[in-house]
Design a protein around this ligand. Sequence first.
Ligand code: PLP
Length: 442
Amino acid sequence: MDNVFYRAVNKKLLEVDRGEGIYLYDTDGNKYIDACSGAAVSNLGHGHPVIIEAIVEQAQKVAFSHLSRWTSRPIQELGDLVAKLAPGSLNKLYLVSGGSEATEAALKMARQYYVERDGQSSKYRIISRWKSFHGNTIGALSMTGDKRRKKYTPLLLNFPHIAPAYCYRCPFGKCQDTCQVDCALDLERTIKMEGAEYVAGFIAEPVGGAACGAIVPHKDYFKIIRQICDHYDILMIDDEVMAGFGRTGSMFSIDDFGVIPDMICAAKGMSAGYSPLGAVIAKEEIFNAFKQGSGIFVHGHTYGGNPLSGAVALAVVKTLIADKLVENSRTVGAYLLAQLQEKLLPFSYVGDVRGKGLMLGVEIVKDKQTKEPYPVKMGMAEKLTVTLVKHGVVVYPGTGNADGENGDQFLLAPPLIITKDQVDELVAAMTKGFSEFAKIIG
Ligand code: PLP
């Protein structure tokens, strides 16, 4: 019975039996609100009849064919639909099977782009930020800026990281009134130090996810980033693996910042957990460089763009639009944020409640005035999330920080189908869990 090598080998896991809407049920019949959509994946909730029908229909036709020889109607239609939804000229969909594969593909695509465009190139580095997560493969981990990378150093690629846009703990000691968006200018400083001739791209999550609990940058942050990338001829890679396809209340979270990136990495919400899929959505100019250059992107994963995942994603994205779930994410998300701020901020150990749409984060602290965090070793956010499970709420497990000391957050990302009544149910259960936790920590 116990021959599975789980990632947290000593952790007791819940045993899932079935799911329905925003709820999951364990094999003992207990009901839980899936308040993190797994890992911000199940955006349409569980057991959606339209998606189940699409799965059955496609599986009866053909589940798998390989992109080395075959394309299929579902992936072509998906490409057309995504091209309409993505900003600017980002209309070329390169399909893979998940988020890490997507960021790896973007890394390689950025490097090869300059070779295709210029004949040869020394541009190979990707700059990223601390308090970021871009995936678990070694290339993606090299770009990641949190504790997950520590056990695997030295990483294959020694990529530079810049300061995060972390307003609650501004790395430059500023506050709202004195902010000059130094965290964006840090990119220029780093490019100059590294030499722009060695830098191929800058990657960032517009709203940070797994490594930071939904931090939202200053409204001008990405405008400055875009200008710097243009000035130094560096590709701006937008990692929307978690935030994309409606999670933050816009189709892509970058849409709210008024800039157009050069590539978007997507996964999770694109197929909403019904079949694995990921993608790089590249701008026309990048595609053309490959078309007019060698004609081949040296990168392929066996399951990338299989017809079954294509049909699922097509049905998911169509449902997202038809059921106005991006709008729901925006309005119900704003309501959830306001409710959580009202009910949770009064607890002495809650430092910050933040986020955008239905991508929200809670940061707990030892001292609210000084913002002193609990030592990450105490795993306070993780303990709190275990208490919430007892109250029937499953949130994303607690995350720490790159230096392993500063900050202790968890993420809240319920399915985008959640209603206001269900938000009330969620907030009531969370408030009970937070009260119990207050007693536990004294
Ligand atoms: N990028 C971001 C922003 C993510 O949040 C994640 C996963 O949480 C990844 C990349 C990696 O995706 P996957 O777990 O599908 O490989």
